[in-house]
Design a protein around this ligand. Structure first.
Ligand code: DOR
Length: 434
């Protein structure tokens, strides 16, 4: 029997509203599952992990990442993406359907799960396409995809522009009863916009993408969620107007959930002023008023989770003119350090912060985890909120380097990650097991 005992940490578990003093509670994992949580557990022959005062939290869960396999392994694959995930404290990662081929067929879903089982230290949760080839026309076989292991459906960046197709997608998603995730953006209104439309886009002379392009689709999809009763999940919310629409939907009792990324919570369109192509993301970085609304929405529970939208791209693809660069930035390895300001600024308690990075995500996707519950999976992250470090994507685990935080001093670090009771990542010891 394998036994791992975690002691000397501050155990935080949102699922049971538990935030214990350092050293008060220990956590025992046997054969991959949590079997005890209590004071002074003395267990023979257990491997002991000293948390050294760090937070001991349920393994983080990312509901939105791009791991690029199959088809674009030059950007990322399930091994490197899964390793970047555990280095960022994530034990489970949902990966988007915009692979090559698109994950619109059970054979692709199974391929991803098979490869992940062999290659990834993190658990991978495939999101299948809602329509064939992400073309917004012909629906995929949702029940078969669900049976193959898909946890949600999404056409990712390719908005389903035809409302009648979107209605059917939502209706049919009720059978496997999994969320439909939308990148809400009217692509015709976005036109060629590469940054947020406003004073900064005018100053830089870059084509703008107005907030209305997002808000129109958020409003439409909320109407369709009301019509169908389906679970609609809105990806990477970026504007104050979207937060208001989601708030209204929640007040009406609709099954609408939402996520926000670390970058939309922390960077404005001013970050694009130096034409650093790593700041080109979809949806674009917005204005300070939007950040305020996103932070408030997250704190008040209108937005359920922080999701990375980890989007690796090769250097040669990003080292081009701003308008030519593909949208996206890395997120898995920096998510915690970048968002811990929410706790430092007093917006979220550590418990509520972890709820949004783990417990709510498990609930949203209907997967095990997100809790330090006896009988549950031994997925745990250790976070030292005060540790300073310099992020260097070259030293990191992703294959790509497109991060605006490259070379920056950050505060807050994941020091260890345990998946199914196995220590897969330990920063100080350099332990890394696949
Ligand atoms: O920034 C983004 N990158 N947004 C998307 O919708 C797609 C993603 C990607 O695949 O790179």
């Amino acid at each position: 029997m394998s036994r791992l005992l975690i002691r000397n940490g501050r155990v935080i578990d949102p699922s049971q509203n538990l935030d214990a003093e350092v050293g008060e509670i220990e956590c025992l994992i046997e054969d991959g599952r949590i079997t005890d949580l209590g004071a002074d557990l003395s267990v023979e022959a257990a491997e002991v992990l000293d948390a050294e005062g760090a937070w001991v939290v349920p393994g983080l869960i990312d509901v939105h990442a791009h791991l690029r396999e199959p088809g674009q392994e030059y950007k990322e694959d399930l091994a490197t993406g899964g390793t970047a995930a555990v280095a960022g404290g994530f034990c489970q990662v949902a990966c988007m359907a915009n692979t090559l081929p698109v994950n619109d067929d059970p054979s692709v879903t199974k391929y991803i799960l098979d490869r992940a089982e062999k290659e990834s230290p993190a658990k991978i949760l495939p999101i299948a396409a809602a329509t064939r080839g992400l073309e917004g026309e012909v629906m995929t076989e949702m029940v078969a995809l669900r049976e193959a292991g898909a946890v949600a459906f999404s056409d990712d960046g390719a908005t389903i522009m035809d409302a009648s197709v979107m209605r059917r997608v939502l209706e049919y998603s009720r059978m496997p009863d999994v969320p439909v995730i939308v990148h809400a953006e009217d692509c015709r209104l976005r036109a060629g916009g590469v940054v947020h439309e406003g004073p900064v886009s005018t100053r830089l002379g870059l084509p703008g993408n107005p907030a209305a392009a997002e808000e129109i689709m958020v409003a439409r999809d909320i109407r369709l969620a009301a019509l169908t009763g389906a679970h609609l999940h809105i990806a990477h919310v970026s504007t104050a107007g979207s937060v208001r629409l989601i708030q209204e939907a929640r007040d009406r009792g609709l099954r609408v959930t939402a996520e926000v990324t670390p970058h939309h919570l922390t960077l404005t369109d001013e970050a694009t002023a130096g034409f650093d192509t790593s700041t080109r993301v979809a949806p674009p970085l917005r204005e300070a008023v939007d950040i305020e609304a996103l932070r408030a929405g997250l704190a008040e529970g209108v937005i359920d989770v922080i999701a990375t939208d980890h989007a690796p791209h090769a250097s040669y693809e990003k080292e081009v003119e701003f308008t030519e660069a593909p949208p996206g930035m890395l997120g898995l390895e920096t998510a915690v350090a970048v968002t811990l300001d929410l706790v430092r600024d007093g917006l979220l308690s550590p418990l509520e912060y972890i709820r949004r990075l783990s417990t709510n995500a498990a609930k949203l996707l209907g997967v095990e985890g997100g809790a330090l519950a006896i009988g549950g999976p031994g997925d745990v992250a250790l976070i030292d909120p005060g540790r300073e470090w310099t992020y260097d994507p070259i030293q990191g685990f992703s294959k790509s380097r497109n991060s605006p935080w490259a070379g920056q001093r950050l505060t807050g670090r994941v020091v260890a990650t345990i998946v199914d009771g196995r220590l897969v990542y330990h920063h100080d010891r350099g332990v890394l097991i696949r």
